[in-house]
Design a protein around this ligand. Sequence first.
Ligand code: ASP
Length: 318
Amino acid sequence: MEGIIVHGGAWAIPDRMVEAHLEGCRAAAEEGGRILEGGGTAMDAVEAAVRVMEEDSTFDAGRGSFLNREGVIEMDAIIMDGSVLKAGSVAAVRNILHPVTLARKVMEHTDHVMLVGEGANIFAAEVGIEATPEEELLVGRELERWKVLRQDPKFRARVIFEPPRSTHSWDTPGDTVGAAALDMNGDMAAATSTGGTPKKRMGRVGDSPLVGAGAYADNLTGAVSATGWGEPIILSCLSRRVLEFIERGMAPSAAAGAALGEMLDRHEGRGGVILVAPDGTMTADFNTPRMAYAVWRPGGEGVMALIDEPTRPRLATR
Ligand code: ASP
């Protein structure tokens, strides 16, 4: 049975930001669901869902992205089609409202998998994607955050994803967005889009646009999108690792938990994954304090949007 699961980041989401995160995830899942219900493809559904969240300044993707150390927005995105095992991605790209759409164009209109920086922007112009002035991507909240963080030599991105501690007062989100879907034909796709981590170096590329780290989709095993502290996600190839555990016979929820557990043990990495399996099982799991995600399935069940603490059982729904 077709379905879509989306996420809006995994970190210590404070209570006052919960509603906006749930609303944004719900809207994205509904958009993807409309496409799937009308017989659309998983690729179209994940792209459309991610576009909704790129537009929503609640999230660190498209509009609302973080500024890097130099005060510039550089974004990363990926989309992968599990029916043909092809992916397109962009990294450190500027002035693009919908990096996920540019990533899809890379997959569909080039012989490459990934374009970065200026080359990605030149390609965007070639395929008719208009540049968006940085002022339209930048929101006041992020400018203010940048002003505070640039004065703070102690800031480290990893703390965003850890349980809040009294030793620091950073209230800095990690709101990368992503989606994984299964369509009526049994085809699967995954997509992830992000402004990265706050105060990252110019040219820093995170996990999100990397095949197997920020996302992976394979009709045989499942579609995954990841979020969290990017460097450990890269080192543990998190999205692909989840699918490896499934290939070894684990149930999707156990596989997600095992991959996250391994990342914590071996790389001190925190984050979250969403996953759809070929039988339509949808799972979200995380080892951060909270994760924002929403699920759509057909049949009037509508959309569920959740942020729960790791002590509660993870979602595993069919
Ligand atoms: N994984 C993203 C990055 O490191 C950040 C996030 O997921 O919040 O770029």
